[in-house]
Ligand binder design. Structure first.
Ligand code: PAF
Length: 280
């Protein structure tokens, strides 16, 4: 695996691959890689000749009181994992490389970014859209792979790519879970032993709500309220538990068939998100 940190070095390698006729898949990450990330790389390998992974803890997607400074940075371990799953190139840029002080441009996927996580993390999705747009312009891959755990992020990026006519296909990859159902996340490492025991209840709440809907309960508000109450009793502080249409993430109505339930909740200082999508 090659590791490069400058845009020029990355572009030069991409140019050589393009001249040789290779297709390129791209997996952007913030590092601290877990099996969910490795699944993205594995799927990428199956679909393209060359796989580029980036590790960049993106400052513009963190709020002023969020965990940018303490976000786990585990580069050596990450590099070993990427070598083991046959990554071709790792892009490891510095903050100064991606955000020179002259930068002025912003990107905002306005409607979608104000919902759900966006309502609790102002500016978060603008930061995500900006960095993913920049990385796509730098790598110019055929295929972009993103985890479905960040369901709203995936929707924001799909919308940006469509709205800006960016020439890339996007593939969402199913959430990888621990054996007790907890969605893998770099932030799981913040949980105390006791919080880690409680954390799988987030996924269980999603499953219970899905079962209630599939059993024919039409009262989505009551289903959400019940799950929020149960999660609070278990020790979570719930940001939202929303039953939505999966295409635009607006509140689901009686006639909607393709649904996603999105949840974000905190255990102590750790904010966890998860979702289930299904057809009824
Ligand atoms: O999902 C993530 O890890 C990040 O939000 C992403 C897409 C790499 C952008 O920084």
């Amino acid at each position: 695996m090659q590791t490069v940190s400058s845009v020029e070095a990355l572009r030069s390698q991409i140019r050589q691959w393009r001249q040789a006729g290779f297709s390129i898949a791209f997996v952007p990450t913030m590092g601290n890689l877990h099996d969910g990330h490795i699944q993205l790389v594995t799927q990428a390998k199956q679909q393209a000749d060359k796989v580029v992974v980036s590790i960049f803890v993106n400052p513009t997607q963190f709020g002023p009181n969020e965990d940018f400074a303490s976000y786990p940075r585990t580069e050596q371990q990450d590099q070993q994992r990427l070598v083991a799953c046959d990554t071709d190139l790792l892009f490891l840029p510095s903050v100064e490389t991606l955000y020179p002080s002259s930068s002025q441009t912003q990107i905002s996927v306005t409607g979608l970014s104000s919902l759900h996580c966006g309502a609790h993390r102002p500016g978060h999705f603008d930061g995500v859209a900006l960095i993913v747009c920049k990385l796509l312009n730098i790598v110019q891959p055929d295929l972009l792979l993103l985890g479905e755990k960040d369901f709203q992020q995936l929707a924001v990026i799909r919308t940006m790519v469509a709205d800006l006519n960016m020439p890339v296909s996007i593939q969402g990859v199913a959430t990888v879970r621990e054996s007790d159902g907890l969605a893998m996340s770099s932030r799981n490492g913040y949980l105390s032993e006791q919080q880690r025991q409680i954390a799988p209840q987030l996924y269980q709440a999603l499953i219970s709500a899905r079962e209630a809907i599939l059993a024919g309960n039409p009262n989505f508000q009551a289903i959400s309220d019940q799950q929020i109450q149960d999660l609070q009793q278990a020790g979570f502080s719930v940001d939202y538990f929303n039953i939505c249409r999966s295409n635009d993430l607006a509140p689901a109505g009686d006639d909607d068939q393709d649904l996603v339930i999105l949840v974000a909740a905190r255990l102590g200082k750790t904010r966890l998100i998860d979702n289930v999508y299904f057809v009824r």
